[in-house]
Ligand binder design. Structure first.
Ligand code: NAI
Length: 252
């Protein structure tokens, strides 16, 4: 098990993805960093002091099958294996009552958060089956377990990620491939800033959300990444089909 591992992270230019990349880099894991935002990906490489010997960036839209095929092929061509897969890219979607959500907005959230996660699994699984090993981590959300008003597309999409995780864990356990999901609560990233702005009053929204969190504050992306890092390691060798909430006590 001393051989260098390779991880693919989607949404790697975002708050949580970048923190996970940092943790995996500290373990000397080769990194394939995938995101729609090329400039932000380059910034991650600079910030984490990565170089060509241990990292590769791939600009991709995870909802497009050809882009997913491309990032998987590039990872295998460059590093030979995909040991860890963080299926993490996601968008927040619109905030409105069900009757006011446009079908276009619904489809966009579904394309990225569900189709993107499904396609990632579909293309990575054959690679992991061939190598006889792998750990996959899908990023769902507390919204994958709970309801709540005005964010139906996001909540539906993250429930779907929970279902997909359970199916994949069952299908893959006998192939020595583990599949789990991380379910963050309210985490201090760009996504949360956007949700605050969508509410119309960022400060008031933040206060109202934090008052419902037993720990009384948002989580930091590094607090999610440390749990993800554990699940993408041999320390979690008997953990599959699990849903890990990282939410300051919300669900408890
Ligand atoms: P973020 O907005 O900082 O990062 C998301 C990243 O995904 C961005 O870099 C973005 O460019 C990328 N992305 C978006 N659409 C894409 C596409 N079609 N193809 C490729 N990349 C795409 O947000 P954050 O917080 O780091 O989110 C990461 C994951 O965590 C998402 O799945 C999100 O739903 C989930 N999450 C976040 C929570 C939070 O409070 N921040 C709470 C629960 C879950």
């Amino acid at each position: 098990m001393s051989q260098t591992k390779t991880a693919v992270i989607t949404g790697a230019a975002g708050g949580i993805g970048k923190e996970l990349a940092q943790r995996l880099a500290q373990r000397q894991v080769n990194l394939v960093l995938v995101d729609l935002n090329e400039d932000a990906l380059k910034q991650v490489v600079t910030d984490l002091k990565l170089d060509d010997s241990n990292s590769l960036i791939v600009t991709a839209d995870v909802s497009k099958e050809e882009d997913v095929e491309n990032y998987v092929n590039q990872a295998v061509t460059r590093f030979g294996t995909i040991d860890y897969f963080a299926n993490n890219a996601g968008i927040e979607g619109p905030s409105a009552l069900i009757e006011d959500i446009s079908v276009k907005a619904l489809d966009l959230v579904y394309h990225v958060n569900v189709r993107g996660v499904f396609l990632g699994l579909q293309k990575v699984i054959p690679v992991m089956k061939k190598q006889g090993y792998g750990a996959i981590l899908n990023t769902s959300s507390l919204a994958g377990l709970m309801g709540g008003p005005t964010v139906s597309p996001y909540i539906m999409s993250k429930h779907a990620v929970v279902g997909l995780t359970r199916v994949a864990a069952n299908e893959l356990a006998s192939f020595n491939i583990r599949v789990n999901a991380v379910l963050p609560g309210s985490i201090n990233t760009r996504m949360m800033r956007q949700i605050e702005q969508n509410s119309g009053n960022s400060d008031q929204y933040k206060d109202s959300i934090e008052s419902t969190i037993p720990m009384g504050r948002y989580g930091e992306p590094e607090e999610v990444a440390s749990v993800m890092n554990f699940l993408l390691s041999e320390e979690a060798s008997y953990v599959t089909g699990s849903l890990y909430t990282v939410d300051g006590g919300m669900i408890g």
